[in-house]
Design a protein around this ligand. Structure first.
Ligand code: BG6
Length: 471
């Protein structure tokens, strides 16, 4: 639809940006924090360890002040489970409690609403050693952690997100360092059993949030990318439906309706991988409801039919989520440009994704990640000319405005990332922030903060509530 009459964004639109604890904080094995799975994994060759990152742990006041200067209405950050509970359960680390309490206070001081992710790829290593999410106990462990967060921060935090990209944990966990499938006989059985426990943990945490904090709002934060068929061949349409179900809808159907998606159920049955479900699980999930949907969007995915023949692997990256013989096969969309890191760029697909989520679930939505990773360069006079990032963000914000004009309820926009941090597997040199951190992959330099060109641009976008997107 060509829109000639645009609606303004809601007055209380939550402009902000995102980070995650293990990618930004540093101080990963100090101040009482226990190791998480991210701290014990082998980092990809040529990339930095996660011990310093952007050193947000020591710079949070300065960083949140810069976010305040940009006019942020919200800041999405995650809480490291093993900073609060070094062993994942049991003794609480008071220093960890105090750290996030200070972060929250600092946000409020700047007029910024904290948007807290409870779990972002960093399961405590002590729990992983016992079997992690594959154990039934993991459900209560997560709920216990959530309860501690509500008790300590519920007086000040109104917006909560449960699990970041649970779908990516299931689909590409090995790539982001959250699982090891070596020697596993049936990977689907393992992954979807873990997934079931996470879904149950999420449902219980949402219910507990509503019981303990009646004024708070809580939602999931999967990575949702509409899946296109490679052509209008009927079989490609079926393949796209398969992958849409596996990649996207299963997670939101569960969060919102508490029902397993029928296509995913069949897929699991075909792989002898139906999860063990205990009596009462489905009732718990059906009774829990999110108040909104948070979702990360980087680009769409495209697939074609796969007749099950073994063929050479084709286009695959973190967003695509792999291929499944007989179910779908990834396809490089020839209509889309790419970032320097090979990620497709698709602002129209962003609108298509917003429309589709809204028409399925009819809940308000907040974009919890979207952004462009690039090799930014600091000039001699302390500038970072990231016009490519401005262009990327502008084109995505334009689509939010169009979607809102079409009646889609959007609550806010939090691009990735507020500040430069370490990428999931491509190191420090893949920068996303509005704020530049002066360090290289291995040379920590002085860690000074610089405002990129996108910093000033985003400030104006926020000031005008998205009306002025010009340079
Ligand atoms: C999302 C994650 O998948 O994408 C973030 O939630 C991540 O943790 C972001 O950093 C960008 O991916 P990458 O691999 O470029 O860091």
């Amino acid at each position: 639809m060509i829109i000639t009459k645009q609606k303004a964004l809601p007055e209380d639109f939550l402009w902000g940006a995102s980070t995650s604890a293990y990618q930004v904080e540093g101080a990963n094995l100090s101040h009482g924090k226990g190791p998480s799975i991210q701290d014990i994994k082998k980092v990809p060759e040529g990339t930095s360890e996660l011990d310093v990152c952007a050193d947000f742990y020591h710079h949070y006041k300065e960083d949140i002040a810069l976010m305040g200067e940009m006019g942020f209405k919200t800041f999405r950050f995650s809480i490291a489970w093993s900073r609060i509970l070094p062993e994942g359960a049991g003794a609480v680390n008071q220093e960890g409690i105090d750290f996030y309490s200070n972060v929250i206070d600092e946000c409020l001081k700047q007029g910024i609403e904290p948007l807290v992710t409870m779990f972002h790829f960093d399961l405590p290593a002590a729990l992983e050693k016992k079997g992690g999410w594959s154990r039934r106990e993991s459900v209560d462990e997560f709920v216990n952690f959530a309860k501690i967060l509500y008790e300590n921060y519920g007086d000040r935090v109104k917006y909560w997100l449960t699990i970041n990209e649970q779908n990516m944990l299931t689909l590409v966990g090995e790539m982001i360092g959250t699982c090891n499938l070596e020697g596993v006989a049936n990977k689907y059985k393992k992954l979807y059993q873990e997934n079931h426990h996470m879904l149950l943990a999420q449902a219980k945490a949402m219910k507990l949030c509503h019981d303990m904090l009646p004024n708070a709002k809580i939602g999931p934060a999967p990575n949702i990318s509409l899946v296109y068929p490679a052509s209008c061949k009927p079989k490609d349409i079926l393949a796209a439906q398969n992958f849409n179900a596996i990649r996207n809808w299963m997670y939101l159907d569960m969060a919102v309706f508490g029902k397993y998606n029928n296509l995913v159920w069949k897929f699991l049955e075909e792989h002898d991988a139906l999860p063990d479900i205990e009596e009462g699980d489905m009732e718990i999930m059906a009774a829990a409801h999110p108040d909104f949907i948070g979702f990360n969007y980087y680009s769409t995915a495209t697939v074609e039919w796969d007749n099950g023949e073994v063929r050479e692997a084709v286009f695959e990256n973190q967003q695509s989520g792999g291929s499944e013989p007989g179910v779908f096969r990834n396809f490089a969309n020839p209509n889309l440009p790419h970032t320097e890191f090979g990620w497709e760029i698709d602002p129209d697909g962003f609108r298509a994704t917003m429309r589709e989520i809204y028409s399925r679930y009819h809940l308000p939505m907040i974009v919890t990640e979207n952004g462009l990773g690039a090799y930014d360069k600091l000039t001699e006079d302390g500038k970072i000319h990231d016009s490519y990032r401005i262009e990327y963000l502008r084109r995505h914000i334009e689509q939010i405005k169009l979607a809102v004009s079409e009646g889609v309820e959007m609550m806010g926009y939090c691009p990735w990332s507020a500040i430069d941090l370490i990428s999931t597997h491509e190191g420090m040199v893949k920068r996303y922030g509005f704020i530049y951190v002066n360090r290289d992959e291995f040379d920590l330099k002085d860690m000074a903060r610089y405002r990129k060109d996108s910093f000033y641009w985003y400030k104006k976008v926020i000031e005008t509530n998205g009306a002025d997107l010009s340079d």
